[in-house]
Design a protein around this ligand. Structure first.
Ligand SMILES: Cc1cc2nc3c(=O)[nH]c(=O)nc-3n(C[C@H](O)[C@H](O)[C@H](O)COP(=O)(O)OP(=O)(O)OC[C@H]3O[C@@H](n4cnc5c(N)ncnc54)[C@H](O)[C@@H]3O)c2cc1C
Length: 405
């Protein structure tokens, strides 16, 4: 198949890179284009969920990442007002349902890098950066994209399909006039990373959520660039202050003093402020243009589901494209991709990530107490706990999506 026109992929983030790798490993030529000169090393998603690790085994990504990540079976939920640990959820209980009964804490750019290291050795894989996809057209036989090369010149590339993995502002999606309904949260989220050890200081686990009516926070441990261990703290910025004020040392140290007063001042090794959206594309496919990852759906990061569900899109889609290109399936499979992935994005990732945020910031004291009681009752009952874990890990979503015909 190496002489065939390549499948085109806009975007070489986690979803584009992994989808490209999976296709290339099956002998399908792929050509990726990304606007950025290199893989960005900023702090974004930090968690690989159990089914993602399982589904990426064959590609070699899981074996490359397991020794480098932090295995985190437990995640903790705290109430900041009372200071108590409400309960702890344990992915270890999923040991009969998945070979990896834990979340793997590892920075997003290492996941992308691991996929790239495997892919770059394949003749069927090409990535071009920094190349901007600036226009997308399609006809009955294929897709034609226009890209802007680093010297400013424009090139055209053709392929049988374009997979739009170009993030929330996807040109692939916009070029096909596919709606992206949903909403944007009023507050922005700020991720601040420090080497301070919250586990040693106060018994935090490697993944933690701390509830509070307005100053809630989430804490995750990731390996760091030199395996020194870095804690990423996520705070909402509930103000209309300008970005420069919110990312200032003063603002960040004030949040720490209020939410996590174990050290002052904290050494800050990274900061990242961003707007958060909840949106799902009206269709994941228009003809020969197919959307995956953030191009198709975006959500808040609480629960670590966005990048994982995007990777699941890519795995699902790559399997179908291989069948189509080998003549073992028809383009109806692309409609099946939409039927399997789009409703599930709404049912699981949107519903759950919105709910996770509401629980963290519930303002009504009685409702808060009820929620905490429910959480404790969930972890006290093995079946309820397992149901919760299947949803939180996205196992239930993957299983339900795959059962749709
Ligand atoms: C600032 C920030 C912080 C985040 N923090 C968290 C977090 O803490 N936890 C969490 O779970 N999730 C987080 N997320 C979400 C998570 O990073 C995404 O779900 C994940 O990156 C989706 O992967 P993707 O490959 O679909 O898209 P992206 O990672 O967005 O990759 C898209 C790629 O497409 C490229 N691209 C875009 N337009 C074009 C174009 N026209 N031509 C060529 N290339 C193009 C971009 O350069 C990029 O490399 C965060 C996202 C952002 C933006």
């Amino acid at each position: 198949m190496a002489n065939e026109q390549p499948i085109l992929i806009s975007g070489a983030g986690p979803v584009g890179m992994i989808t490209g790798l999976l296709l290339a490993q099956q002998g399908i030529p792929v050509k990726l284009f990304d606007s950025l000169a290199e893989i960005p090393a900023d702090h974004r998603a930090a968690t690989l969920q159990p089914p993602t690790l399982h589904m990426l085994e064959e590609s070699g990504i899981t074996a490359s990442l397991l020794p480098r990540g932090i295995k985190s079976p437990l995640f903790q939920f705290r109430d900041r007002l009372s200071g108590e640990v409400v309960t702890e959820f344990d992915f270890g209980l999923l040991r009969d349902e998945t070979p990896h009964p834990f979340a793997l804490q590892i920075e997003q750019h290492k996941t992308v890098g691991a996929a790239y290291e495997i892919a770059k050795k394949l003749d069927t894989f090409e990535v071009h950066r920094p190349y901007d996809v600036i226009a997308v057209g399609q006809d009955a036989d294929g897709v034609e994209i226009t890209v802007r090369a680093p010297d400013g010149s424009e090139e055209k590339h053709r392929g049988p399909y374009l997979i739009g993995c170009d993030g929330g502002r996807s040109i692939a999606r916009k070029s096909q006039n596919i709606d992206f309904p949903g909403f944007t949260w009023e507050e922005r989220f700020i991720i601040v990373a420090t080497r301070f050890d919250f586990a040693a200081a106060d018994g935090f686990r490697f993944r933690n959520y701390v509830a509070h009516p307005d100053q809630w926070c989430a804490l995750m441990k990731v390996p760091g660039e030199e395996d020194e261990g870095v804690w990423r703290c996520l705070f909402p910025a509930m103000t209309d202050e300008p970005d420069e004020a919110v990312i200032s040392d003063e603002w960040i140290q004030a949040r720490y003093l209020e939410c996590l007063p174990y050290e002052a001042p904290y050494e800050i090794v990274h900061r990242n402020l961003y707007s958060v959206h909840q949106r799902v594309a009206a269709s994941f496919r228009k003809g020969r243009v197919i959307l995956a990852g953030d191009a198709a759906h975006v959500n808040n990061p609480i629960g670590g589901m966005g990048m994982n569900s995007g990777i699941h899109d890519g795995i699902n889609l790559a399997e179908k494209l291989v069948l189509i290109l080998r003549g073992d399936g028809t383009e109806d499979l692309l409609d099946l991709y939409d039927r399997q992935r789009r409703p599930m994005a709404n049912k699981y990732v949107q519903a759950q990530s919105i709910r996770n945020k509401e629980v963290l910031q519930e303002p009504d004291p009685q409702a808060r107490q009820r929620q905490f009681d429910e959480m404790r009752a969930t972890t006290a009952d093995k079946e309820k706990h397992l149901t919760y874990l299947r949803n939180a890990s996205l196992l239930a979503m993957v299983n339900e999506a795959n059962s749709i015909t």
